[in-house]
Design a protein around this ligand. Structure first.
Ligand SMILES: Cc1cc2nc3c(=O)[nH]c(=O)nc-3n(C[C@H](O)[C@H](O)[C@H](O)COP(=O)(O)OP(=O)(O)OC[C@H]3O[C@@H](n4cnc5c(N)ncnc54)[C@H](O)[C@@H]3O)c2cc1C
Length: 306
């Protein structure tokens, strides 16, 4: 039998939304537990510099999240990291989350599971395909990389890779134009160490002795193919919502986001949503912490009114 824990409010996800919800829950004297499938910090952990979080004109993403986590720890909210939620039951008055090690029950739940990068599908498996420059970029100093994607992330992360000493970036976008801000495009191409190809897709990877040696590329307009020597591939193809745990239980939009009311209530009583998982126009740290605030205060109001 797994040990059972009871609390007022279960928080799924320990990114900016979940950590802020925990701060507000604790200060409202609710007992709360954060269940985090990885480590706390969420997407911000893989953001090099954050320059739009009020009170820090410029701060490393990991440092910002270390501070948010310390705030939560200071308020005594238990955080279960690297914990796999195997089952989640949101129906009924008491909700249940069963992890690999324990069972958690609470009358209120805040879903703050955020998003994850769209994975680059490659016909040939290879360990040198990455989705996070801050996590995996350092070993590519002096080497050549392929970056897939033509939005802001692809350009910003390419600039970051160059700042790590990467020798050359080949950036490919399948659409006829790049979508990143003009300033980022100018900065990257002005470096003299980057080349961009639109209407271009990755066809395959050439792996020799377990090491990536080249990417096979195709111009989709002309059908021309060529071999681009690279040591690593970084894909920045956008994000998809982390909804697998509750997709069958709760109303979602076609794109897989949770439609939430102004008080962050979802289609199920006692279940609230916060952060990037919510259907909304702007996904930023500040909007995630705002959602976390509202979700926790709404959970407290819900629990008081039962
Ligand atoms: C490349 C990039 C750069 C960015 N730069 C900025 C920036 O400079 N400034 C800014 O304001 N915003 C930036 N953003 C956006 C910002 O990172 C997000 O808006 C913010 O992280 C959303 O917070 P969140 O808590 O909703 O989700 P997340 O940060 O995604 O956190 C969700 C957490 O939930 C966990 N989780 C997922 N599934 C489960 C599960 N089943 N059970 C338990 N836990 C789970 C995840 O591991 C994760 O820790 C950037 C995003 C990207 C992708």
């Amino acid at each position: 039998m797994k040990p059972e824990h009871h609390c007022d409010c279960l928080i799924l996800g320990g990114g900016p939304a979940g950590l802020t919800a925990a701060i507000y829950a604790a200060r409202a004297k609710l007992s709360a537990v954060i269940l985090e499938s990885n480590i706390t910090g969420g997407l911000v952990n893989s953001t090099y510099i954050v320059e739009n979080f009020p009170s820090y004109p410029s701060i490393h993403g990991m440092e910002l999240m270390r501070r948010m986590r310390a705030h939560v720890d200071g308020l005594g909210v238990p955080v279960e990291e690297v914990c796999a939620v195997e089952r989640l039951d949101l129906a009924g008055k008491v909700k249940t989350a069963e992890t690999d090690e324990a069972v958690y029950r609470a009358p209120a739940v805040i879903l703050a599971t955020g998003r994850k990068p769209v994975a680059l599908e490659t016909p040939t498996e290879c360990d040198q395909v990455h989705h996070c420059a801050i996590c995996d970029g350092a070993p590519y100093a002096g080497k050549r990389v392929l970056v897939a994607g033509g939005g802001n992330s692809a350009f910003d992360e390419s600039l970051y890779l160059l700042s790590l000493g990467v020798a050359h970036v080949t950036l490919i976008e399948v659409m006829p134009r790049f979508f990143a801000a003009a300033a980022a495009q100018e900065a990257l191409f002005a470096s003299g160490k980057a080349q961009g190809h639109t209407e271009t897709r990755l066809v395959d990877l050439e792996v020799t002795g377990g090491r990536l040696t080249a990417a096979l590329l195709e111009n989709t307009a002309t059908g021309e193919t060529w071999r681009e020597p690279v040591d690593g591939v970084f894909a920045f193809l956008g994000q998809i919502p982390n909804n697998a745990l509750f997709a069958e239980q709760i109303e979602l939009t076609k794109a897989g986001y949770i439609p939430a009311a102004v008080d962050m209530a979802t289609s199920l009583p006692g279940v609230f949503a916060a952060g990037d998982i919510v259907d909304k126009p702007f996904r930023q740290i500040t909007t995630a912490v705002a959602d976390g605030t509202v979700a926790a205060l709404s959970a407290e109001r819900f629990l008081r009114g039962r």
